[in-house]
Design a protein around this ligand. Structure first.
Ligand SMILES: Cc1cc2nc3c(=O)[nH]c(=O)nc-3n(C[C@H](O)[C@H](O)[C@H](O)COP(=O)(O)OP(=O)(O)OC[C@H]3O[C@@H](n4cnc5c(N)ncnc54)[C@H](O)[C@@H]3O)c2cc1C
Ligand SMILES: NC(=O)c1ccc[n+]([C@@H]2O[C@H](COP(=O)([O-])OP(=O)(O)OC[C@H]3O[C@@H](n4cnc5c(N)ncnc54)[C@H](OP(=O)(O)O)[C@@H]3O)[C@@H](O)[C@H]2O)c1
Ligand SMILES: Cc1cc2nc3c(=O)[nH]c(=O)nc-3n(C[C@H](O)[C@H](O)[C@H](O)COP(=O)(O)O)c2cc1C
Length: 590
């Protein structure tokens, strides 16, 4: 019943009572949030608290996007009068949620629908624990990438789990693609207004326009045109790989970085790929189109500079079906469970789908409406700013493959390899990664496992340590296909060994003998010594391939702890989990 002391007339109270009588708790909360968002003075205003509403912003992040958004969200919540605190999923357990009344969750998805590295333990527990959260009011913002089959999977799971535990979703979940800033702001505005329902002391202003995620003049919103100073092919003649070392100037940019950070590269699409899209759409490229935040352009320029024109996803095919009404495509999309869609997506590009399902062609406006913004690519920085002030170095494997009878290539890696000449400018910005850092104390020993391009951040680590007077021991496990052609930065490692910046180097060349030898095999061979380093407090780092290598190295680490620590498998797993919690086991895998 609506209380008599509400600002409503008796008739209004009766109507409202009738209207909401069949509503669930969730529906009532949603309506409260909705009315609040509409700046309506609803009945719930009577419950204004006298002290600032406590709000927890909980994030799970791997490459830092959710962490940055959590900080921005808390800042904005404080501006509106909330008492907001930011928490990392790495640092709390699901049981801690029982103490929280108002919660905003910002979480990304990694791997193949997995939680971000630092949030794995929290997520696993959340999915298995049983909690009672009847007082909690919450909303979730999920970050992801529509190119992946399990889009925003972790955000979806967390959202469903909180609801299952009795918490009230005050505002709908927002699933964000790579272009997440605007959807996040809209979500935050709505969620804060919904949480605000009940507190007349809080401001209902929209999200502050002052919010600007760029800390320096140049940044994500305004990439820096860095000159390509140098490019060196790291593989020798006869190799089957193509790994480049690039040196890019940051002079005058104001951009800074630390070893462990990444560089975002904003690529341009290649002329032959643009030609393929135009041919498939039956367009000339001279048509004028409107691009969000960029204004009116010639279509061919928009396809080169602004739009993703290769990566094929379910999200793209769904939009294409809505535009073309193709029944063939509708059948393919409906057949998701039978893996036909997955098979179709593998190795194909957007132009293939246009040929297959948009036979009559498209208008320029239709084509642009189907395409998402061209996302930047991250590359682990391979240099220390102490060793190369004003420069940033990268180690990039060119992605080239053959599928469905056509030679294909990765956008950014081959943009750098094929289209950027020495002296040209590349649009870049630095991307901080607080989850991949050298130990605070320079004396702490470090163990680094970095096969292939995974070695990049370790070049930065060792260059940094070489510049210090006092330094702890360091041990690198490197692997690639063949010793003769693929020993990336071989001379540099030898110099670092000679001067003591690098203490030990173990290498695994997988194709120099009939059987595969990988970095984890070298780790297992040296298990006693590796465990001794860990017992001395060494930090353990892994960088490179996420799909197989990182998993196999993780398993090898557990086996080493089990054998050398004479522990059960369960205790060895707990030991490795503790290393992670203490930030002594860090991964940068992709
Ligand atoms: C934090 C982080 C750090 C990174 N650091 C580095 C680094 O130091 N060095 C580095 O080289 N990369 C690094 N990467 C990877 C890098 O960001 C890019 O993903 C990579 O260069 C590919 O981008 P691209 O634009 O060239 O390819 P895209 O245009 O993105 O194409 C890649 C896609 O092509 C398809 N594909 C590729 N090979 C095949 C195949 N054989 N068969 C069928 N389909 C295929 C897949 O769909 C794949 O997703 C890092 C990634 C992250 C997230
Ligand atoms: N998202 C992308 O599009 C993209 C782009 C570039 C790179 N990557 C990823 O990043 C990785 C790095 O590429 P890269 O060319 O520098 O090196 P890489 O392909 O990882 O190869 C480096 C070495 O690791 C070996 N290796 C293969 N499987 C392994 C395993 N399970 N455990 C340990 N070592 C293993 C390779 O051996 P063999 O080759 O003999 O098996 C090779 O000797 C790639 O594997 C790829 O997954 C992704
Ligand atoms: C190797 C890799 C795997 C990813 N896997 C997924 C995925 O399975 N589903 C998804 O929606 N997004 C996926 N993403 C996209 C990330 O969720 C997205 O980049 C997000 O903005 C990262 O946020 P964070 O920096 O806070 O971790 C993946 C990204 C990378 C680089």
């Amino acid at each position: 019943m609506i209380p008599e002391h509400s600002p409503l007339s008796p008739e209004q109270r009766i109507s409202l009572d009738e209207l909401v009588s069949g509503f669930s708790i969730f529906q009532r909360a949603w309506v409260a949030g909705y009315l609040s968002a509409e700046k309506s003075h609803s009945a719930v205003e009577a419950k204004a608290p006298s002290i600032a509403t406590q709000l927890t912003v909980l994030y799970g992040s791997e490459s830092g996007n959710c962490e940055k958004l959590a900080d921005l969200s808390a800042k904005e919540a404080k501006r509106r009068g909330f008492k907001a605190t930011v928490k990392n999923m790495a640092e709390i357990t699901p049981t801690d949620l029982t103490k929280i009344d108002n919660l905003l969750v910002i979480v990304s998805t990694w791997g193949d629908g997995d939680a971000p590295e630092a949030a794995i333990s929290f997520h696993k527990q959340l999915m298995s624990d049983s909690l009672q959260l009847p007082k909690m009011r919450y909303s979730v913002c999920a970050l992801g990438d529509t190119a992946y089959a399990k889009f925003c999977e972790i955000g979806k799971q967390v959202d469903a789990r909180l609801e299952k535990f009795g918490a009230t979703r005050v505002s709908p979940r927002q699933d964000c693609d790579l272009d997440y800033e605007e959807p996040h702001q809209a979500w935050l505005d709505h969620a804060l207004k919904a949480l605000n329902a009940g507190s007349s002391s809080l401001s209902t202003n929209s999200v502050s326009p002052e919010i600007d995620p760029t800390a320096t003049e140049f940044g994500k919103k305004k990439p820096f045109p860095g000159e390509l100073l140098e490019r060196v092919l790291l593989n020798g003649k006869g190799t089957s790989k193509e790994t480049w070392h690039y040196e890019i100037s940051l002079e005058g940019s104001g951009l800074t970085y630390e070893p462990g950070d990444a560089l975002a590269v904003i690529p341009l699409n290649a002329p032959d790929v643009i030609a393929g899209i135009l041919q498939a759409s039956k367009l000339s490229g001279t048509e004028h189109v409107e691009i969000k935040d960029r204004g009116t352009k010639i279509l061919a320029d928009a396809l080169r500079e602004d739009l993703e024109i290769t990566a094929l996803s379910r999200a793209f095919l769904t939009k294409l079906q809505a535009t073309t009404q193709s029944s063939k495509l509708a059948a393919l999309l409906a057949d998701d469970a039978k893996d036909k869609l997955k098979d179709y997506l593998w190795g194909r590009w957007i132009s293939d789908a246009l040929f297959d399902f948009a036979g009559k062609g498209l208008s320029a406006v239709e084509l642009v409406g189907l395409l998402r913004k061209l996302p930047p690519r991250l590359y682990s920085i391979a240099s220390s700013p102490r060793a190369h002030p004003g420069e940033v170095h990268l180690t990039v494997a060119s992605v080239r493959y053959h599928a469905h009878g056509v030679d294909r290539k990765g956008v950014a890696s081959t943009y750098l390899a094929d289209l950027v000449k020495q002296g040209d400018a590349v649009a870049v910005y630095t991307h901080s990664n607080k989850n991949f850092r050298l130990p605070a104390a320079a004396e702490t020993p470090i163990i680094m496992v970095g096969p292939g391009t995974g070695v990049a951040p370790f070049r930065a680590f060792i260059e940094h340590r070489a510049s210090l007077e006092k330094k702890g021991k360091s041990w690198l496990f490197f692997g690639d296909q063949r010793y003769t052609y693929d020993f990336l930065y071989q001379v540099e490692w030898q110099e670092h060994l000679a001067c003591g910046a690098l203490t030990k180097l173990d290498v695994a060349f997988s194709r120099d003998q009939p059987e595969k030898i990988y970095v984890q095999h070298r780790m297992l061979e040296k298990s006693q010594e590796l465990y001794a380093w860990l017992q001395e407090g060494a930090h353990f780092y892994v960088c490179g391939d996420a799909s197989r290598m990182a998993h196999d190295v993780h398993e090898a680490l557990i086996s080493i702890v089990e054998k050398e620590g004479k522990l059960s498998r369960q205790d060895a797993e707990a030991y490795v989990e503790e290393l992670k919690k203490a930030k002594r086991y860090q991964r940068d895998v992709y």
